[in-house]
Design a protein around this ligand. Structure first.
Ligand code: MRU
Length: 333
């Protein structure tokens, strides 16, 4: 069974420690906003929607603990720069930051509950795009543990399975942190999927071999024109998919859109410590003095994206207009 990504328990936020999965199921207890910020930057909790919800609970912890609310907000916002869901959740929390800690907690709990419903809706909307018997390729982990539950890209697969569609999945290993090899393969196996792991460099040949009917990935930030930031390696997959006529789908909640950013060039890309590449999970592969470049995300141009699956429907190009229209509708609700 896939454990809860996060839960509120007796005045603390309990996060599944994703650095240890799938070998060990253990949890980190956060008692302050600083604990939450540290857990987000060190990848205890990861995945764009999940870190947004964690940050919302972080604000509740700050309020209960009598912390400086503005300082807590700044620290949480800075904990990871690319996923805009973090900023989105903090902006939602701003509406109650003058209120009581109980108000803050109630709103964080609500975001938590809503995220599961949102992922269910993404899954159901995406399911309609996938034919029975399809083989899908995914990258990183856009699953239940990257969200409050169900997942975005993996949520689409779960919805397919729920409707009786037979789906096979290839999971990119996803260097350097191996979210695909470790987390996605485990999550899907727990749910009885037929899943095969490949190393990232194998994806092009897999598609050339005609073994992939569709690529489906999550997103950390989508600009107004559909350019999509996601885990490093996604851009390359999109080029390969285009070259082989394979549809490339992005599954994400509308909280992942950032209309203040016109194109993907303006999305801030997190660069992480080179030791993630030199010594993955503490196992020394490269010597300390080897130079490493370690961007955690890349940007897939909207023109490579066949469709964006959201909780309110499936968006198609031209994204400038389809995204603007859907966000106007969401705001008007
Ligand atoms: O660095 P990570 O593991 O947080 O990166 C996660 C991804 O890139 C996911 O695809 C994205 O956040 C969407 S999760 C539903």
């Amino acid at each position: 069974m896939v454990p809860d990504t996060l839960r509120w328990d007796d005045g603390s936020l309990i996060l599944l420690d994703q650095r240890k999965m799938p070998w060990e199921t253990c949890f980190v207890t956060c008692r302050s906003s600083e604990d939450v910020a540290r857990s987000i930057s060190s990848m205890v909790g990861r995945g764009a929607p999940a870190i947004g919800i964690a940050a919302a609970y972080g604000m509740a912890l700050a309020s209960f603990g009598g912390e400086d609310i503005e300082a807590a907000r700044e620290m949480l916002l800075a904990s990871r720069p690319t996923a805009v869901n973090l900023r989105w959740a903090l902006e939602v929390m701003d509406s109650v930051k003058e209120g009581s800690p109980e108000n803050m907690l109630a709103l964080a709990r609500n975001l938590h509950k809503e995220d599961i419903e949102i992922n269910r809706a993404i899954g159901d909307n995406g399911e309609a795009l996938i034919a029975d018997g399809s083989t899908l390729l995914t990258h990183c982990n856009a699953g239940a543990i990257a969200t409050a539950g169900w997942g975005t890209a993996l949520g689409v697969m779960r919805s397919c399975k729920e409707r009786g569609k037979r789906i096979k999945v290839y999971a990119d290993e996803t260097r350097p942190r191996l979210q695909g090899g470790l987390l996605t393969s485990w999550e899907l196996m727990e749910d009885g999927f037929d899943v095969t792991v490949i190393t990232d460099g194998m994806a092009a040949w897999l598609m050339k071999s005609g073994k992939v009917d569709g690529v489906i990935v999550g997103a950390d930030r989508i600009a107004a024109n559909g350019d999509t930031a996601n885990k490093i390696g996604t851009y390359g997959l999109s080029i390969v998919a285009k070259a082989h006529g394979v549809p490339f789908y992005v599954a994400a909640p509308t909280s992942t859109f950032d209309l203040s950013i016109r194109s993907g060039y303006d999305i801030p890309i997190e660069e992480r410590d080179g030791d993630e590449v030199r010594s993955p999970y503490g196992k020394e592969l490269l010597s300390k003095d080897i130079k490493v470049w370690n961007p955690a995300f890349d940007v897939t141009p909207g023109e490579n994206v066949t469709a964006i699956v959201t909780e309110v429907g499936v968006l198609r190009p031209p994204y400038d207009s389809s995204i603007a229209t859907v966000l106007r509708d969401v705001k008007a609700r």
